[in-house]
Write a protein that binds this ligand. Structure first.
Ligand code: P1T
Length: 383
């Protein structure tokens, strides 16, 4: 199946017609357990925490889309992250990019540091600074790109090269590919060891499911992660997997439209007198524009901006949009607006990762682009 193009794999990988009745769409195997023909004799499924046919279809599809050998699905993006972190042992050190989803920061700082894991946050757009952060006990490099919510673009191949040339044990490079989706960016091909997703976002694509995914082509890492998936048990239900599978079929079409709409909005905001700064990898003014052009198929549907009027204007704009719904999350067909410092990134308040309270984040949907710009235009004029 991997020989086919992305759009074809999104619809067919792991999704052959059902052998029992010929169902074209993967059925929802809503079962916790499976009849055994003899003690310990079964058809590869004994208990749905360990394996489930609907989940497996999604795992195969996700792996295919990321160009990976294997995939695993989880009950949420955070469930996926937690399971990846269980690869580590007390005393291990992790180098993390200095702009991540607030929940990721909260897990690392407020939970996993209690288990003697060490975290260093570094600006990974600076490869020298990244290399300097490595210690003899560094076992993992964790990065998002584009980052949430500052839209920094990190050179995945550059970071992977630094990790591979680290002295001693080579740290695993893990990329949270949620903002880009596998359609726009393929971290394994750039040297990453593990890719994770909040499938809640672009993969699901319709704001109707919470889920997570992990892929890798390293057989040893896969075996350990598969063991941990079952041992820790943060698995998704069959219906949730089915929803993500349905979403994935249109991922390529959606990402093209998300990107086209976001680019038009970024250009509109960049020339608007009420806007001080726009952060979008598709603008030539973006500090890592060249890397984004090289590393991503298109710049994606996420963008952030800071209004001239500061935090008061940010709040006014977030309250005034009509098509952009005020809410957390991202990656759905409908446009969302939020103020990260007060919403998704509250947990970084008071830390070096603190987000400007005037920053506004948009998840640009696939509505008509002109309608979205008109909505922002009217919101920017509300006083
Ligand atoms: O929400 P969940 O499915 O558990 O995924 C967590 C997560 C992981 N990684 C990134 C880059 C994310 O953006 C998220 C979730 N983010 C939001 C809910 C948000 O609004 O930013």
């Amino acid at each position: 199946m991997n020989a086919d193009h992305f759009e074809t794999r999104a619809i067919h990988a792991g999704q052959e017609p059902d052998s029992a009745v010929g169902a074209v769409v993967v059925p929802i195997y809503q079962t916790s357990t499976y009849a055994q023909t003899d003690v310990g004799a079964h058809k590869g499924y004994d208990y749905s925490r360990t394996n489930n046919p609907t989940r497996q279809a999604l795992e195969v599809c996700l792996a295919s889309l990321e160009g990976a050998a294997n995939g695993l699905c989880f009950a949420s993006g955070m469930g996926a992250i937690t399971t990846i972190m269980l690869l580590l042992q007390a005393g291990d050190h992790v180098v993390v990019c200095d702009d991540v989803y607030g929940g990721t920061y909260r897990l690392f700082r407020n939970v996993l540091e209690n288990y003697q894991l060490q975290f260093t946050f570094v600006d990974m757009t600076d490869l020298n600074a990244t290399a300097r952060a490595f210690r003899p006990n560094t076992r993992m490099v964790w990065l998002e790109t584009p980052t949430n919510p500052l839209m920094k673009v990190i050179d995945i191949a550059g970071v992977a090269k630094e990790a591979k040339s680290a002295k001693g044990a080579k740290p695993w490079v893990v990329v949270d590919n949620t903002f880009a989706s596998p359609y726009l960016q393929q971290p394994l091909a750039l040297g990453a060891d593990v890719v994770m997703h909040s499938t809640t976002k672009y993969l699901g694509g319709h704001s109707d499911v919470v889920g997570g995914g992990v892929v890798t082509s390293d057989p040893e890492l896969f075996e350990r992660l598969k063991f941990l998936q079952n041992a820790a048990g943060a698995v998704p239900g069959a219906f949730d997997c089915w929803l993500v599978l349905r979403g994935v079929k249109t991922l390529a079409l959606r990402m093209e439209r998300h990107s086209a709409n976001a680019l038009a909005i970024a250009r509109f905001l960049a020339q608007h007198p009420a806007i001080a700064r726009v952060m979008y990898p598709g603008l030539e003014s973006h500090p890592q524009y060249e890397i984004a052009q090289r590393q991503m198929r298109a710049p994606g549907g996420m963008l952030s901006f800071i209004p001239v009027g500061g935090v008061d204007s940010a709040m006014q704009i977030a309250r005034a949009t009509r098509l952009f719904t005020l809410g957390e999350s991202l990656g759905g067909v409908e446009s969302l607006i939020e103020v990260p410092a007060a919403m998704t990134h509250q947990s970084v308040a008071g830390s070096p990762l603190e987000v400007d309270p005037a920053l506004v984040r948009l998840s640009v949907g696939i509505e008509n682009g002109e309608d979205l710009i008109a909505d922002l235009q009217q919101a920017l004029h509300v006083r």
